[in-house]
Design a protein around this ligand. Sequence first.
Ligand SMILES: C[S@@+](CC[C@H](N)C(=O)[O-])C[C@H]1O[C@@H](n2cnc3c(N)ncnc32)[C@H](O)[C@@H]1O
Length: 460
Amino acid sequence: MALPCSLTRYLLLMAQEHLEFRLPEIKSLLSLFGGQFTSSQEAYGKSPFWILSIPSEDIARNLMKRTVCAKSIFELWGQGKSPEELYRSLKNYPVEKMVPYLHSDSTYKIKIHTFNKTLTQEEKVKRIDALEFLPFEGKVNLKKPQHVFSILEDYGLDPNCIPEHPHNIYFGRWIADGQRELIESYSVKKRHFIGNTSMDAGLSFIMANHGKVKENDIVFDPFVGTGGLLIASAHFGAYVYGTDIDYNTVHGLGKASRKNQRWRGPDENIRANLRQYGLEKYYLDVLVSDASKPSWRKGTYFDAIITDPPYGVRESTRRTGSQKEIPKGIEKCPESHVPVSLSYHLSDMFFDLLNFAAETLVLGGRLVYWLPVYTPEYTEEMIPWHPCLQLISNCEQKLSSHTSRRLITMEKMKKFENRDQYSHLLSDQILLYQGHNSFREKYFSGVTKRFAKEEKSSQE
Ligand SMILES: C[S@@+](CC[C@H](N)C(=O)[O-])C[C@H]1O[C@@H](n2cnc3c(N)ncnc32)[C@H](O)[C@@H]1O
């Protein structure tokens, strides 16, 4: 298909992990950097090879400075379903676009990347030799080449049925690698302060990318826990702020989550976590506060709200209450000023979260959060909605055979008006939402008794 002359074709090599999260990540990042994902782009479902048309190499480089779902990007010079088709396509690639990288003063290297098959050294050399018709005039330098080119061969997705010949072959100039190494360098295993529900590093970066977090943004996590999500946003240059109902978590006190350690040590807190990664300057603060009773003045504050509310499985869903809120028949505590803890239904928690986001996000700001679902009952209509927020993406991560959590991304499209806070009550959705309330029972209904017992006792 002919491309508008301002667009260049790039080949994106995707990681084969968190497959559903990949497309929303790439779309969000492209829109953040001035590119656009159009329906003519070729994101091949589960395949690791995607072809994107991007207006500039700068945008491609910016994309790779952020993505954890893509491994590398190449300027695509040719592709084919057979070597002959690839060579024909390479011969059609404009020479003037190749020459800057092939001239006699340059050094280069050609690499081979295969998916779902391993080639022998001899086979690799054969493939490189077959490209001698390309006008390479520079010198080969295997250690520190100025330009790296790659032949990429796709043998499909089925490891039990590997074809003799690849389904597709690509040739391109390597431009940049993505940020996969962040998954290791920010791993919770090596993190100073962790809890039972600390968010995995890779998913935290994916969430920040879905949230289009950028430098100098203000990002808020109302269920901050050990601050795993703040770390990812701060890494991308945002100032971060959080609240949690749990005093011990916010102050880094109480029982340690690590094996072989009884109590949390001094300086085990969110600020110290940010310091560990050289991100302390992005720390605004964390406070003890109940998300069901936000203590903010009216106004817009946040560029993104990125959060992982409790599901009631590893941590309880609680909110503060007053004596008045205790249902009749339950004995009241004499000191009426002491807040009591009430159970916080998941459905109420999501209503509150959406209302809060609709009110406090800047226009265009994003809310990214996890919604636990019982898969046999799940329908798309169950996704909480709000008149000010547009659903951008909804990706599933399986938790067990019958439960999963869905990463929901919404964008604020409309200014919040007072009447918007009750809109959800006017629709039938209220009934659907209430299905979330029994998530805990449903979660435990299907797991083995032993596992259920372990989970319960860890919460007592
Ligand atoms: C799933 S954890 C968040 C984990 C966090 N993302 C991390 O990386 O450590 C949910 C957190 O919500 C807190 N929480 C529960 N109910 C709350 C409420 N009503 N208001 C604020 N925080 C609450 C819990 O104390 C818990 O730390």
